[in-house]
Design a protein around this ligand. Structure first.
Ligand code: URA
Length: 433
């Protein structure tokens, strides 16, 4: 078999066999195939797509490139959740403790920020002392004792995805349904849970900009999950505006704690309860309506907040920050963004909010860069809100004054104001099960 022939076949819209896909992934892992040949194949896949069978074969080959976490020492049904990436998306910090407080173990491996989107691990590491890197035995012990652990994903899970993602990132081949589906599902299958809830973001801040593409991605991922013997459900949720008002690591932890106290933003509270309800439903905890009411009760009773504090302590962090978020360090500098005319906020470009937040210090320029955990943005107005000229639309926070000026013009262009009130959009567009 030759890599040249495989590239040629996909260039001509051919369907790759399982043997050809295994040849590519094995060759990649053994460094027997050059990156430029992998890049050419990825571009051909990006342009010509893959069948459902090819996508499933690619996913399973990526799973087999590394180890698969054995969570069988935890006897209960384990449910994992994955978001395809959004701005201000701190739902894991809310849903995971809700679900764990109701007796469903959460053994979650999460990632760092990617592009303009934030990552749960970076958010959690803004809590002083909190660790996210554990050996397999430590991870299992934490889940058994506390019912919850959110850890950094091991490099040994789906390592082919790591190599392929780095090439995709540098070759404009990220936004392809078979490549995103295989990337996400290879990691989720390798992470070992029995059930997977997928939050597929749609809109200007998501990888998938249209509902049709989002449905196709969601269906592809649910089908792969089922083929791998997992129960999977996907929710298609809105990412045409950031979730909640806070963007940036500790700012998002603070907002998550407020939500767990029952005083969070409505969109974030509603979506978190719905995601938690679907996780409980997947774990067999009852009817969807029953699971919704259990999730609501766990949140409004404060039990989920106590579970988050318990998790933070168990992972070496200081839970005083969860109980009293005022302890989080604030940045030295801040600057408001003001409306240059009166009108309704008609549109928010989420990817620009993510970009501006990253420039302020909340994201990384490269894998080695340090994060300013307190940096970010607090929104004062969101789509549909009315602003008078000079009203504050958002406030930027950074420990580096120069970065405020750099992010200012980006944020100003992220808000579009108009005399007409825009139609409201749903938070959840569709459920694929
Ligand atoms: N998240 C992933 O893990 N992979 C992708 O390709 C896109 C989003």
């Amino acid at each position: 078999m030759h890599m040249y022939d495989i590239i040629q076949k996909k260039k001509e819209k051919g369907v790759l066999s399982k043997a050809e896909i295994d040849f590519v992934i094995n060759g990649l892992m053994r460094d027997e195939i050059a990156d430029y040949q992998i890049s050419a194949l990825l571009m051909a896949i990006c342009l010509n797509g893959m069948t459902a069978e090819e996508t499933a074969d690619l996913t399973l080959a990526m799973v087999q490139s590394g180890s698969v976490a054995d969570l069988s020492p935890i006897s209960e049904i384990k449910v994992d959740k994955h978001s395809t990436g959004g701005v201000g998306d701190k739902t894991t910090l809310i849903t995971a403790p809700i679900v764990a407080s109701l007796g469903v173990p959460v053994a979650k491996m999460a990632g760092r920020g990617l592009g303009h989107t934030g990552g749960t691990i970076d958010k959690l590491e803004s809590v002083p002392g909190l660790r996210t890197q554990f050996s397999y035995n430590e991870f299992l012990k934490l889940v058994k004792e506390t019912g919850i652990c959110v850890a950094s994903q091991y490099g040994s899970l789906a390592p082919a995805d790591k190599k392929i993602y780095a090439i995709r990132d540098a070759t404009a081949t990220v936004d392809s349904i078979p490549l995103i589906a295989s990337s996400v599902m290879s990691k989720k299958i390798a992470a070992g849970a029995d059930c997977i809830l997928l939050d597929v973001k749609t809109g200007n801040g998501a990888f998938m900009k249209t509902i049709d593409d989002s449905i196709c991605l969601a269906q592809t991922m649910v089908d792969i999950g089922k083929k791998a013997g997992k129960k999977a459900i996907a929710l298609i949720t809105d990412m045409n505006k950031p979730l909640g008002f806070a963007i940036g690591n500790s700012l998002e932890v603070i907002e998550a704690c407020e939500t767990l106290k029952g005083i969070g933003p409505k969109d974030l509270t509603d979506l978190s309860i719905e995601l938690a309800a679907y996780m409980l439903f997947l774990a067999g905890k009852g009817s969807l309506e029953g699971c919704r009411s259990m999730a609501r009760d766990a949140l409004y009773s404060g039990r989920a907040l106590s579970k988050l504090a318990q998790m933070v302590d168990a992972q070496g962090g200081d839970s005083a920050y969860i109980k009293n978020p005022k302890l989080f360090k604030t940045t030295q500098f801040s600057m408001p963004i003001r409306a240059n005319q009166s009108g309704y906020v008609h549109e928010m470009d989420c990817s620009l909010f993510g970009r501006a937040s990253s420039i302020l210090g909340a994201g990384r320029d490269n894998l080695e860069s340090d994060i300013d955990y307190a940096a970010g943005i607090i929104l004062h107005k969101k789509t549909g809100d009315y602003a008078n000229e000079k009203d504050t639309l958002a406030v930027m926070y950074s420990s580096d004054e120069k970065k405020l000026l750099e992010a200012k013009s980006i944020l100003e262009s992220a808000f579009a104001l108009s005399p007409q009130k825009p139609p409201s959009t749903p938070l959840i567009y569709k459920v694929i099960s």
